[in-house]
Design a protein around this ligand. Structure first.
Ligand code: ZN
Length: 476
């Protein structure tokens, strides 16, 4: 996410019946045990894919859904949960009706027969409701599902899935996501991955749009954008490019946004040189009129129009594009194992804004870091240093310090181990961990292994201590 983020949502830690140490045999927990968000995700199974089918009515924000969750039980399950805030209407497990109950976004499912350990299960969930009426997920006091003049946007971090599909909503459980949306004639519906079909006219006069992403993703990286959009499509060396720009009353601002987003293949080319192959089969972007910062949705980041500059500085938003594209490696391909490791996403994506400038003929990242360190020595910036990016706290997940001090921490590691080992570290990290999940400790261990340099002091100074380090990253 880009750092003007305001969508910090705090998952209600309402772990229904999950507070005792012993769990009843065969019962999946209503949370994966994330230290920041105990209610996030669920225990007892791994999802392999989501097939999400939606019917959406923009004038009423009425969403009717049917999602098939294909999962493998990791132990015998006579009861388990999915995260879903919209009211469920019916659930089957392996084609047999299940008993359900729903409270605080947890959909509790009791299959007709227990699911045996290590066996696949197919859960079909029917549901319907008005997603924008569901609050409780954001500092703004409203849910992360947003209506726009002619549609809606379902995108957010750390959670959004439960507003539009039933999920094991934690980044540790990545799965393939396919999204099919039926909307009124003349309205576009956009998601990640490939456009398999659309607009496909339906017998009732509505249009259907079908999208599918090939590579597994963390549930928060799935999105849906509905409204009137203009598409730009072309082939690139990294796969088919598709960007979508929402039509609205300010075409000049949208043209300025488009100027930056259309540079996506050029940015991926630079990042690919530094990091190795772009991790996905498609690329692109979406610019929405919703009040939204920007988020690294897998294959197709979503950008709020407000993130881009005006006529006086038309490239002001370009670093946001670099940031979200760096996340395709840091966050999307290599995902968090738990939310406290958010530095792996935001510290590295912010650093790549600086590194991109360095690689394209501008100031070295070390100079940018030095300048920021000096500016942040101002007495007015004292509170900035109180948030340690290595463990910022659930309420500070998107604090400025996670981004900027997080980027300074990356520069400190680079200065300590030297450029050859630093770039070898980046490549080793995204290669060895591609498609997986990892922690800050894993990153530091990889850095120490690649460089042979012990990094405890650097990590403590830049990631852990709630104080401004006495000298700039790499300085003395
Ligand atoms: Zn970010």
């Amino acid at each position: 996410m880009a750092r003007l983020a305001v969508l910090v949502s705090v998952v209600a830690a309402a772990a229904v019946g999950g507070s005792v140490g012993l769990r009843p045999i065969g019962v999946g927990e209503p949370g994966v045990g994330d230290t920041y968000f105990p209610g996030a995700g669920n225990g007892g199974y791994d999802v392999t894919r989501y097939d999400i089918e939606l019917d959406y009515d923009p004038p009423t924000d009425r969403l009717t859904g049917r999602t098939t969750v294909t999962a493998v039980a990791t132990r015998t399950l006579r009861e388990f949960s999915l995260d879903l805030k919209l009211p469920a209407t019916a659930v089957t497990v392996d084609d047999r009706p299940a008993i359900i109950s729903q409270l605080d976004g947890e959909l509790r499912i009791t299959p007709a027969e227990p699911v045996a350990a290590n066996s696949a299960m197919r859960i079909v969930v029917g549901y319907a409701g008005v997603p924008s009426s569901i609050g409780g997920g954001s500092e703004l006091g409203a849910g992360p599902w947003q209506r726009t003049p002619d549609g809606a946007l379902g995108a957010g971090e750390p959670e959004i899935a439960a507003w539009w599909f039933p999920a094991n909503d934690h980044p540790s459980d990545k799965a393939v996501v396919a999204v099919t949306v039926t909307v009124p004639d003349g309205v576009e519906a956009i998601s990640g991955g490939s456009l398999l079909g659309g607009p496909e006219p339906q017998p009732d006069g509505r249009d259907r749009w079908r999208w599918s992403a090939d590579e597994p993703m963390a549930p928060y990286l799935a999105f849906v954008a509905i409204g009137q959009y203009d598409f730009v499509r072309r082939d690139t060396p990294f796969g088919p490019y598709l960007a979508a720009y929402q039509r609205g009353p300010d075409p000049l601002s949208m043209a300025i946004a488009r100027r930056s987003v259309e540079r996506t293949p050029e940015v991926v080319d630079v990042l690919d040189d530094i990091l190795g192959p772009y991790p996905f089969g498609q690329l692109g972007g979406v610019v929405t009129l919703a009040s939204f910062p920007a988020l690294e949705n897998q294959t197709r980041p979503v950008y709020g129009l407000g993130m881009f500059g005006g006529i006086g500085d038309p490239d002001a938003g370009f670093p946001v594009v670099v940031h979200e594209l760096a996340h395709q490696w840091f966050g999307d391909s290599v995902s968090l194992a738990r939310w406290r490791d958010i530095w792996l996403n935001e510290g590295l994506a912010t650093y790549f804004e600086w590194l991109y400038v360095e690689r394209t003929g501008g100031d070295p990242a070390a100079v940018t870091a030095q300048r920021l360190y000096q500016v942040l020595g101002d007495p007015g910036a004292e509170s900035f240093w109180r948030v340690p990016p290595g463990d910022p706290g659930a309420g500070n997940l998107f604090d400025e310090a996670v981004y900027v001090r997080g980027g300074l921490a990356v520069q400190a590691i680079r200065a300590k181990i030297g450029d050859p080992d630093f770039f070898a570290l980046l490549r080793a990290w995204v290669d060895e961990r591609a498609g997986g999940n990892a922690t800050v400790d894993d990153f530091l261990a990889t850095a120490e292994r690649v460089s042979g340099v012990e990094l405890d002091d650097v990590a403590r100074e830049w990631l852990v201590e709630p104080d401004r380090p006495p000298s700039p990253p790499g300085g003395s």
